[in-house]
Design a protein around this ligand. Sequence first.
Ligand SMILES: Nc1ncnc2[nH]cnc12
Ligand SMILES: [Zn+2]
Length: 354
Amino acid sequence: MCKTSLHDFLRRLPKCEHHIHLEGALTPSLLFQLAKKNRISLPKDDKAFISPHSLLARYARFSSLDDFLGYYYIGMSVLVHEADFEALAWDYFQHASTDGVHHAEVFFDPQAHTSRGIAYTTVLSGFRNACLRAERELHITTELITCFLRHLPVPDCLTAFENQDVQASYLAGHIKGIGLDSSELNFPPHLFKEIYERAGQQGLRRTAHAGEEGPTSYIADALDILGVDRIDHGIRLVEDPALMQKIAARGTLLTTCPMSNVVLRCIKSIGDHPIRKFLDAGVKFSINSDDPAYFGGYILDNYCAVHEVFDLSVEEWTTICRNGIEGSWCSEERKREMLAVLERVIDEFQVSAS
Ligand SMILES: Nc1ncnc2[nH]cnc12
Ligand SMILES: [Zn+2]
């Protein structure tokens, strides 16, 4: 397959993005623009904050998840008004559309904003406006997922879950599910059992970051104690073959983010990603961007990076996309529509290649 036709094939595949933090789509240029508009001063003692260019150069040298999170939380301090949140999410959806995303389930971190005095309703309205616009103008279906910051005290997370505006957004159906993110090591899933139990009772879907830097026991506990139906990252699953078999048998979807894993030094290179092992073991996964503005690429860049190293067959790409569609939290009707697109793209590609 020539490079152009391959890139076109990967672009045309109907993608579902399940692991994208909207705050992680804040590009250095938008960050500096909003800092100026909102008169937010950026750290003066860190040379990375001299310009968008120097910030981008610093992003290429992250040493760990926590090193990245330091910049991630400073970055989002420039988001103040509803229009800022809308501009951020709209920027992401435009990239997603160009990359062939048909359905996006996007994370955001309410506590990272309410702790700065920004009302939850401001954040949600901005993000929802962009979601509705993406549905109208780009024909991308969307879902919002509120994440809880696991490095914060559990009672703070419970308070955030019980917040009147947050509960109203759950009741109104504006939020599809909950997630758990931020520093992973030393913040095991079981701490958040009560929130997950109550979210399940309220009919919310549940996912959690596990096995990114943390051990495989975090993956097992997210499944068995938090009752998640997806695992975010889960790359360390390969260290426990029995758990890997259990996840394959249950059909639990891992939302993998290969470029993120390399940039945050969870693995040395894309070739060390367990994608081939997951395919061989029948573990379902989707491929996602995580924090595209920080990790050097959006979803299609991740697809291309994986293809370049693993040289996947058309059948393997079909399996990945089908699992992504079927593991989405959208309606069965929407899944059928996307499966039909997938079939058409594969047929057209096979005709053009023959
Ligand atoms: N990769 C990641 N892991 C944990 N928390 C995050 N928040 C944003 N990106 C994250
Ligand atoms: Zn993530």
